[in-house]
Design a protein around this ligand. Structure first.
Ligand code: SF4
Ligand code: SF4
Length: 340
Protein backbone atom coordinates (compact mmCIF):
# COMPACT_ATOMS: atom_id res chain seq x y z
CA UNK A 1 0.00 0.00 0.00
CA UNK A 2 1.03 3.63 -0.56
CA UNK A 3 1.24 6.22 2.20
CA UNK A 4 -2.24 7.58 1.36
CA UNK A 5 -4.81 7.67 4.21
CA UNK A 6 -6.66 4.41 4.64
CA UNK A 7 -10.43 3.97 4.21
CA UNK A 8 -12.52 0.97 5.26
CA UNK A 9 -16.18 0.16 4.73
CA UNK A 10 -17.75 -2.84 6.41
CA UNK A 11 -21.23 -4.34 6.47
CA UNK A 12 -22.58 -6.05 9.53
CA UNK A 13 -26.31 -6.91 9.65
CA UNK A 14 -27.43 -4.88 6.65
CA UNK A 15 -28.87 -5.09 3.16
CA UNK A 16 -26.00 -3.63 1.11
CA UNK A 17 -27.91 -0.44 0.28
CA UNK A 18 -25.33 1.67 2.11
CA UNK A 19 -22.59 0.39 -0.22
CA UNK A 20 -24.76 1.14 -3.27
CA UNK A 21 -25.46 4.65 -1.94
CA UNK A 22 -21.72 5.17 -1.47
CA UNK A 23 -21.01 4.19 -5.06
CA UNK A 24 -23.82 6.58 -6.06
CA UNK A 25 -21.57 9.55 -5.31
CA UNK A 26 -20.74 8.97 -8.99
CA UNK A 27 -17.61 10.69 -10.31
CA UNK A 28 -16.61 11.74 -6.79
CA UNK A 29 -15.61 8.13 -6.26
CA UNK A 30 -12.51 9.09 -8.29
CA UNK A 31 -11.72 11.78 -5.69
CA UNK A 32 -12.08 9.16 -2.97
CA UNK A 33 -9.74 6.87 -4.91
CA UNK A 34 -7.24 9.69 -5.39
CA UNK A 35 -7.10 10.48 -1.66
CA UNK A 36 -7.48 7.09 0.01
CA UNK A 37 -6.11 3.59 -0.13
CA UNK A 38 -8.89 1.09 0.45
CA UNK A 39 -7.82 -0.96 3.48
CA UNK A 40 -10.94 -3.13 3.84
CA UNK A 41 -14.17 -3.12 1.81
CA UNK A 42 -15.57 -6.66 1.44
CA UNK A 43 -18.35 -5.54 -0.91
CA UNK A 44 -15.96 -4.41 -3.63
CA UNK A 45 -12.53 -5.89 -2.91
CA UNK A 46 -11.17 -9.24 -1.73
CA UNK A 47 -9.84 -8.46 1.73
CA UNK A 48 -9.80 -11.02 4.52
CA UNK A 49 -10.38 -10.50 8.21
CA UNK A 50 -6.80 -11.62 8.86
CA UNK A 51 -5.63 -8.65 6.74
CA UNK A 52 -7.35 -6.31 9.20
CA UNK A 53 -6.06 -8.29 12.18
CA UNK A 54 -2.53 -7.74 10.85
CA UNK A 55 -2.84 -3.94 10.68
CA UNK A 56 -1.35 -1.89 13.55
CA UNK A 57 -3.91 -0.26 15.84
CA UNK A 58 -5.23 3.00 14.34
CA UNK A 59 -3.91 2.04 10.87
CA UNK A 60 -7.28 2.77 9.18
CA UNK A 61 -7.96 6.51 9.11
CA UNK A 62 -11.73 6.31 8.54
CA UNK A 63 -14.01 3.28 8.90
CA UNK A 64 -17.55 3.53 7.54
CA UNK A 65 -19.38 0.81 9.46
CA UNK A 66 -22.86 -0.01 8.25
CA UNK A 67 -25.21 -2.65 9.57
CA UNK A 68 -26.63 -3.47 12.97
CA UNK A 69 -25.12 -5.82 15.57
CA UNK A 70 -27.21 -8.97 15.10
CA UNK A 71 -24.61 -11.70 15.66
CA UNK A 72 -21.40 -12.38 17.54
CA UNK A 73 -19.51 -11.93 14.27
CA UNK A 74 -20.99 -8.44 13.82
CA UNK A 75 -19.84 -7.54 17.32
CA UNK A 76 -16.35 -9.02 16.90
CA UNK A 77 -15.88 -7.06 13.66
CA UNK A 78 -17.06 -3.86 15.37
CA UNK A 79 -14.43 -4.30 18.09
CA UNK A 80 -11.70 -5.22 15.59
CA UNK A 81 -12.42 -2.27 13.30
CA UNK A 82 -12.71 0.12 16.25
CA UNK A 83 -9.27 -0.99 17.42
CA UNK A 84 -7.76 -0.56 13.96
CA UNK A 85 -9.46 2.77 13.07
CA UNK A 86 -8.76 6.35 14.08
CA UNK A 87 -12.29 7.49 13.19
CA UNK A 88 -15.30 5.17 13.46
CA UNK A 89 -18.44 6.21 11.60
CA UNK A 90 -21.85 4.63 12.21
CA UNK A 91 -22.95 4.71 8.59
CA UNK A 92 -26.68 4.47 7.88
CA UNK A 93 -29.69 3.67 9.96
CA UNK A 94 -28.79 0.03 10.86
CA UNK A 95 -25.51 1.02 12.51
CA UNK A 96 -27.03 4.20 13.96
CA UNK A 97 -30.19 2.80 15.52
CA UNK A 98 -30.82 -0.81 14.45
CA UNK A 99 -33.16 -0.08 11.51
CA UNK A 100 -35.19 -2.94 10.01
CA UNK A 101 -33.13 -5.76 11.61
CA UNK A 102 -34.00 -4.36 15.06
CA UNK A 103 -37.73 -4.76 14.41
CA UNK A 104 -37.07 -8.33 15.53
CA UNK A 105 -36.55 -6.83 19.00
CA UNK A 106 -40.36 -6.72 19.03
CA UNK A 107 -40.39 -10.50 19.18
CA UNK A 108 -38.17 -13.35 20.35
CA UNK A 109 -35.20 -15.13 18.88
CA UNK A 110 -37.24 -18.36 18.97
CA UNK A 111 -40.12 -16.75 17.08
CA UNK A 112 -37.71 -15.33 14.51
CA UNK A 113 -36.11 -18.75 13.96
CA UNK A 114 -39.56 -20.33 13.74
CA UNK A 115 -40.61 -17.95 10.96
CA UNK A 116 -37.34 -18.13 9.07
CA UNK A 117 -36.54 -21.85 9.33
CA UNK A 118 -39.72 -23.73 10.23
CA UNK A 119 -43.16 -22.22 9.73
CA UNK A 120 -42.66 -20.69 6.34
CA UNK A 121 -44.23 -21.75 3.01
CA UNK A 122 -40.97 -21.34 1.12
CA UNK A 123 -38.96 -23.55 3.51
CA UNK A 124 -38.40 -27.29 3.06
CA UNK A 125 -37.01 -28.38 6.44
CA UNK A 126 -38.84 -31.59 7.46
CA UNK A 127 -36.36 -32.38 10.24
CA UNK A 128 -36.73 -28.93 11.77
CA UNK A 129 -33.00 -28.23 11.63
CA UNK A 130 -32.02 -24.94 13.23
CA UNK A 131 -28.60 -23.23 12.99
CA UNK A 132 -26.27 -24.25 15.81
CA UNK A 133 -23.27 -22.12 16.78
CA UNK A 134 -21.17 -25.27 17.27
CA UNK A 135 -21.59 -28.55 15.35
CA UNK A 136 -19.39 -31.60 15.66
CA UNK A 137 -18.78 -33.42 12.38
CA UNK A 138 -16.44 -36.23 11.41
CA UNK A 139 -13.91 -33.73 10.11
CA UNK A 140 -13.90 -31.62 13.26
CA UNK A 141 -15.89 -28.77 14.82
CA UNK A 142 -17.89 -26.34 12.70
CA UNK A 143 -18.73 -22.96 14.18
CA UNK A 144 -20.99 -20.19 12.93
CA UNK A 145 -21.77 -16.84 14.58
CA UNK A 146 -24.12 -16.76 17.56
CA UNK A 147 -27.48 -15.16 16.72
CA UNK A 148 -28.27 -12.66 19.48
CA UNK A 149 -31.65 -12.23 21.14
CA UNK A 150 -31.44 -8.48 20.83
CA UNK A 151 -30.22 -6.41 17.89
CA UNK A 152 -27.93 -3.56 18.98
CA UNK A 153 -26.77 -0.36 17.37
CA UNK A 154 -23.03 0.15 16.77
CA UNK A 155 -22.67 2.67 19.60
CA UNK A 156 -24.04 0.08 22.02
CA UNK A 157 -20.93 -2.05 21.49
CA UNK A 158 -18.08 0.36 20.60
CA UNK A 159 -17.32 4.07 20.76
CA UNK A 160 -18.57 5.89 17.66
CA UNK A 161 -17.09 9.20 16.51
CA UNK A 162 -19.58 10.19 13.82
CA UNK A 163 -23.01 9.08 12.67
CA UNK A 164 -24.37 9.46 9.14
CA UNK A 165 -28.12 8.74 9.27
CA UNK A 166 -30.40 7.46 6.53
CA UNK A 167 -31.64 4.21 5.01
CA UNK A 168 -29.50 4.57 3.09
CA UNK A 169 -27.77 7.94 3.56
CA UNK A 170 -28.37 10.16 0.55
CA UNK A 171 -25.34 10.19 -1.81
CA UNK A 172 -25.03 14.00 -1.72
CA UNK A 173 -24.80 13.79 2.06
CA UNK A 174 -22.22 10.99 1.88
CA UNK A 175 -20.10 13.08 -0.43
CA UNK A 176 -20.47 16.16 1.82
CA UNK A 177 -19.00 14.13 4.69
CA UNK A 178 -16.25 12.52 2.61
CA UNK A 179 -15.40 15.92 1.12
CA UNK A 180 -14.94 17.32 4.63
CA UNK A 181 -12.69 14.37 5.51
CA UNK A 182 -10.70 14.82 2.30
CA UNK A 183 -10.27 18.54 3.07
CA UNK A 184 -9.12 17.68 6.58
CA UNK A 185 -6.59 15.14 5.34
CA UNK A 186 -5.26 17.12 2.38
CA UNK A 187 -5.53 20.75 3.54
CA UNK A 188 -5.58 20.43 7.30
CA UNK A 189 -9.15 21.73 7.53
CA UNK A 190 -10.79 21.04 10.91
CA UNK A 191 -13.07 18.04 11.15
CA UNK A 192 -16.63 18.72 12.31
CA UNK A 193 -17.37 18.05 15.98
CA UNK A 194 -18.31 14.45 16.66
CA UNK A 195 -21.97 13.46 16.44
CA UNK A 196 -24.43 13.36 13.56
CA UNK A 197 -23.03 14.56 10.22
CA UNK A 198 -24.37 14.43 6.68
CA UNK A 199 -27.86 15.49 7.74
CA UNK A 200 -29.88 18.54 8.66
CA UNK A 201 -30.62 19.95 12.07
CA UNK A 202 -34.39 20.41 11.78
CA UNK A 203 -37.36 18.15 10.99
CA UNK A 204 -38.20 16.70 7.56
CA UNK A 205 -41.33 18.89 7.65
CA UNK A 206 -39.08 21.95 7.35
CA UNK A 207 -37.82 20.64 3.99
CA UNK A 208 -41.28 19.60 2.80
CA UNK A 209 -43.17 21.91 0.48
CA UNK A 210 -46.62 20.60 1.48
CA UNK A 211 -48.83 23.16 3.23
CA UNK A 212 -49.94 22.60 6.79
CA UNK A 213 -53.28 24.24 7.34
CA UNK A 214 -54.14 22.58 10.67
CA UNK A 215 -56.68 20.21 9.21
CA UNK A 216 -57.66 17.75 11.92
CA UNK A 217 -57.96 14.02 11.40
CA UNK A 218 -60.40 11.45 12.71
CA UNK A 219 -58.63 8.35 11.49
CA UNK A 220 -55.60 7.18 9.49
CA UNK A 221 -55.74 5.74 5.99
CA UNK A 222 -53.48 3.36 4.11
CA UNK A 223 -52.04 5.06 1.00
CA UNK A 224 -54.24 2.96 -1.32
CA UNK A 225 -57.44 4.11 0.44
CA UNK A 226 -57.19 7.79 -0.47
CA UNK A 227 -56.13 10.05 -3.28
CA UNK A 228 -54.18 12.65 -1.33
CA UNK A 229 -54.21 16.35 -2.17
CA UNK A 230 -50.75 16.92 -3.71
CA UNK A 231 -50.23 20.21 -1.87
CA UNK A 232 -51.45 19.50 1.65
CA UNK A 233 -49.50 17.87 4.47
CA UNK A 234 -49.99 14.10 4.33
CA UNK A 235 -50.31 13.73 8.09
CA UNK A 236 -53.16 16.23 8.10
CA UNK A 237 -54.88 14.11 5.44
CA UNK A 238 -54.69 11.07 7.69
CA UNK A 239 -51.72 9.49 5.93
CA UNK A 240 -49.00 8.45 8.34
CA UNK A 241 -45.94 10.65 7.88
CA UNK A 242 -43.10 10.71 10.41
CA UNK A 243 -41.69 13.99 9.05
CA UNK A 244 -42.31 15.92 12.24
CA UNK A 245 -40.31 13.43 14.33
CA UNK A 246 -37.52 12.83 11.79
CA UNK A 247 -34.24 14.64 11.17
CA UNK A 248 -33.97 16.51 7.88
CA UNK A 249 -31.28 15.95 5.28
CA UNK A 250 -32.91 13.88 2.55
CA UNK A 251 -34.83 16.79 0.99
CA UNK A 252 -38.19 15.33 2.12
CA UNK A 253 -37.90 12.72 -0.62
CA UNK A 254 -40.88 10.57 0.35
CA UNK A 255 -43.62 13.19 1.03
CA UNK A 256 -42.65 14.98 -2.18
CA UNK A 257 -43.86 11.94 -4.10
CA UNK A 258 -46.93 11.29 -1.97
CA UNK A 259 -45.51 8.74 0.47
CA UNK A 260 -45.33 9.51 4.14
CA UNK A 261 -41.85 9.81 5.62
CA UNK A 262 -40.97 6.48 7.26
CA UNK A 263 -38.44 8.08 9.62
CA UNK A 264 -35.17 6.73 8.22
CA UNK A 265 -33.02 9.74 9.21
CA UNK A 266 -33.73 9.06 12.87
CA UNK A 267 -35.09 11.40 15.52
CA UNK A 268 -34.96 15.17 15.20
CA UNK A 269 -32.12 16.76 17.19
CA UNK A 270 -32.93 16.94 20.89
CA UNK A 271 -35.36 14.02 20.75
CA UNK A 272 -34.32 10.72 22.33
CA UNK A 273 -37.24 8.57 21.26
CA UNK A 274 -38.59 9.08 17.74
CA UNK A 275 -41.68 6.94 18.33
CA UNK A 276 -42.69 8.81 21.48
CA UNK A 277 -42.26 12.11 19.64
CA UNK A 278 -44.54 10.82 16.88
CA UNK A 279 -47.22 9.71 19.32
CA UNK A 280 -47.32 13.21 20.79
CA UNK A 281 -47.33 14.79 17.30
CA UNK A 282 -50.37 12.72 16.32
CA UNK A 283 -52.17 13.94 19.41
CA UNK A 284 -51.81 17.49 18.05
CA UNK A 285 -53.59 16.73 14.75
CA UNK A 286 -56.50 14.65 16.06
CA UNK A 287 -60.05 15.92 15.69
CA UNK A 288 -61.67 14.08 18.57
CA UNK A 289 -63.10 16.86 20.73
CA UNK A 290 -61.70 18.50 23.83
CA UNK A 291 -61.60 17.77 27.54
CA UNK A 292 -64.46 19.59 29.20
CA UNK A 293 -66.53 19.75 26.01
CA UNK A 294 -67.38 16.06 25.70
CA UNK A 295 -67.63 13.16 28.09
CA UNK A 296 -64.18 11.93 29.10
CA UNK A 297 -65.02 8.27 28.36
CA UNK A 298 -66.21 9.22 24.85
CA UNK A 299 -63.07 11.27 24.30
CA UNK A 300 -60.92 8.35 25.36
CA UNK A 301 -62.72 6.00 22.96
CA UNK A 302 -62.29 8.46 20.08
CA UNK A 303 -58.58 8.84 20.78
CA UNK A 304 -58.25 5.06 20.87
CA UNK A 305 -60.12 4.82 17.56
CA UNK A 306 -57.58 7.11 15.91
CA UNK A 307 -54.64 5.05 17.19
CA UNK A 308 -56.45 1.81 16.31
CA UNK A 309 -56.57 2.94 12.68
CA UNK A 310 -52.76 2.84 12.55
CA UNK A 311 -51.68 -0.61 11.38
CA UNK A 312 -48.71 -1.95 13.35
CA UNK A 313 -48.06 1.14 15.52
CA UNK A 314 -44.81 -0.18 17.04
CA UNK A 315 -43.45 -1.14 13.63
CA UNK A 316 -44.55 2.21 12.24
CA UNK A 317 -43.20 4.48 14.97
CA UNK A 318 -39.99 2.48 15.53
CA UNK A 319 -39.39 1.14 12.02
CA UNK A 320 -35.80 2.43 12.06
CA UNK A 321 -35.10 3.33 15.67
CA UNK A 322 -36.05 0.30 17.77
CA UNK A 323 -32.58 -0.64 19.05
CA UNK A 324 -31.81 2.96 19.98
CA UNK A 325 -35.21 3.77 21.47
CA UNK A 326 -36.13 3.90 25.13
CA UNK A 327 -38.03 0.63 24.57
CA UNK A 328 -35.08 -1.09 22.89
CA UNK A 329 -36.94 -4.41 22.84
CA UNK A 330 -40.15 -5.96 24.11
CA UNK A 331 -39.97 -7.73 27.43
CA UNK A 332 -40.75 -11.38 26.82
CA UNK A 333 -40.50 -13.94 29.58
CA UNK A 334 -37.78 -16.48 28.90
CA UNK A 335 -36.35 -14.52 26.03
CA UNK A 336 -32.85 -14.43 27.35
CA UNK A 337 -33.04 -11.35 29.54
CA UNK A 338 -29.59 -10.84 30.90
CA UNK A 339 -28.11 -12.58 27.86
CA UNK A 340 -27.21 -11.05 24.54
S1 SF4 B 1 -45.91 15.65 8.11
FE1 SF4 B 1 -45.04 14.87 6.20
S2 SF4 B 1 -46.30 15.73 4.57
FE2 SF4 B 1 -46.71 16.90 6.43
S3 SF4 B 1 -45.31 18.66 6.27
FE3 SF4 B 1 -44.30 17.06 7.49
S4 SF4 B 1 -43.05 15.92 6.00
FE4 SF4 B 1 -44.57 17.12 4.83
S1 SF4 C 1 -38.62 11.36 3.74
FE1 SF4 C 1 -38.24 10.22 5.63
S2 SF4 C 1 -38.21 8.03 5.05
FE2 SF4 C 1 -38.05 9.28 3.16
S3 SF4 C 1 -35.81 9.40 2.79
FE3 SF4 C 1 -36.41 11.22 4.00
S4 SF4 C 1 -36.10 10.66 6.16
FE4 SF4 C 1 -36.09 8.77 4.95
Amino acid sequence: MSDKPKLAMYWASSCGGCEIATLNIHEHILDVDAVFDIAFFPCIADFKVKDVQGYPDGYIDVCLFNGAIRTSENEEMAHLLRQKSKVMVAFGSCAYEGCIPALSNLTTKDATFNTVYLDNPSIDNPDGILPQPVTLVAEGTLTIPVFYHTVKSLDQVVKVDYTIPGCPPEPHQIWAVLEAVVAALTQGAPLPPSGVVGAGSVAVCEECSRKRDVKKIKRFYRPYEVDPDPDICLLEQGIMCMGIATRSGCGALCPQVGMGCRGCYGPVPGVTDQGAKMVSAIASVMDVGKMGEIDEAVLERQIEAVYDSIPDPAGTFYRFSMAHSILRRTRVAGNGHGKE
